[in-house]
Design a protein around this ligand. Sequence first.
Ligand code: NAD
Length: 503
Amino acid sequence: MAIAIPSRQLFIDGEWKEPVLKKRVPIINPATEEIIGDIPAATSEDVEIAVEAAQRAFSRNKGKNWAFNSGAYRAKFLRAIAAKIAERKTELAKLETIDSGKPYAEAVLDIEDVSVCFEFYAGLAEGLDTKQKTPISLPYPGFNSYVLKEPLGVVGLITPWNYPLLMATWKVAPALAAGCTAILKMSELASVTCLELAEVCREVGLPPGVLNILSGLGNEAGAPLVSHPNVDKIAFTGSAVTGSNIMASAAKLIKPVSMELGGKSPLIVFEDVDIEKAVEWSIFGCFWTNGQMCSATSRLLLHESIASEFLDRLVQWAKNIKISDPLEEDSKLGPVISKSQYDKILKFISTAKNEGASILLGGSRPKHLEKGYFIEPTILTDVTTSMEIWREEVFGPVLCVKTFSTEEEAIDLANDSHYGLGAAVISNDLERCDRVSKAFRSGIVWINCSQPCFCHAPWGGIKRSGFGRELGEWGLENYINVKQVTQYTSGDQWNWYQPPAKL
Ligand code: NAD
């Protein structure tokens, strides 16, 4: 399974470019803690060059080459990218695994999703051509009005490390479909596959400057992108703290932003469930992607009548999860992304213990793994609603459990959060599921499952989980200027002012 990490540069104006300050940062394999290569680290000097390239690409030939060319034209590139990614699936999945620590089988699914997402937005790009000049019905004679759907301009796309290439794709594919030109700044903790996306763009002949890809640190490469006056929008996925900083900086320029932030999502399990199926979804909902999902259902709410049996089976299933180097066959839990995340998660667990929570399972490094940022699947009970572990996003394989006695109590507990990204309910009573779905204060609801995600449906949250929606047709709207065009069709003088005497 060994694979070499390609050594890359920044991707600007269709070419590989060494960072102006020649800075690079190491790539650390989280499973071995070894340095396995390095990535270029952009600074404001490179951001400046990339923004200029994106501006040129946007307006080249008065926009006819890209931004105001047909959606069908842009779709060809998106489809070509999808095909190349599919062709390189195995290699890209291996690189994603080594770089991010996610189990290989999960990385394969991610890369497949990347390809599907580019294809999907190719279809929506083509669809845009038929949606131009949509008439607006006006109840006033003498006027007609229609809407043009145009690209917003040069957009900055800032993404996290948990689904490195997939999170980038959720932004790149719709932005390019809309006709924007873009600068992608992915996370410094997992940039390898996004740099390979650059190579794919080169191979398919994407016009220079349409997509520029900058690896680098948040404060050195991300912040200058946000504050750049010629970047028309920032689409951000990451933590609430960084999101808030980005909003403050963008506000100075009245720059629009969309925000996909963190979560502390609930999963309610009622008493009428098939315990084995519900247990498996509870585990998948919290421990998939090594627990590092914005939408992880990390607060499990169990009906008190089944809690004891359920917890018993939950522990058995969780003990059965194979924790190993994520490249190993059948690995189901790899390391968390970095030493600092590892320390942060263990601190969350020790604070929860100090506050009175009980550790039902896990809570530390697995004994059989001496190296790597591995943390056992951890299940906490005796949690109160004032505890940090109940309120804050851990972003690791840590599940906290509470019980409830009535549907109302379950809903109140579920909605007891500053966040509002995902929420899930498991019950055989579908009417109840319907009621609970409506009662959840969240942007996403899962019924009788947790986490499956399809690029055709909208994704995003409310409250401190952010605003704006990615994916589906809503994801395209993020990058579109809805332009109203109104025409005065009457031949009459407007006659608002007294006409002056004619000379
Ligand atoms: P992060 O906020 O630390 O970093 C995200 C990105 O922002 C990185 O590319 C980083 O370099 C950049 N950045 C950091 N400081 C910046 C600044 N001052 N200006 C501009 N850019 C800056 O988040 P992370 O640790 O990479 O990702 C984990 C977080 O992402 C979690 O909170 C998780 O819930 C969230 N997330 C949300 C979704 C969603 O769809 N809602 C999806 C995945 C992850």
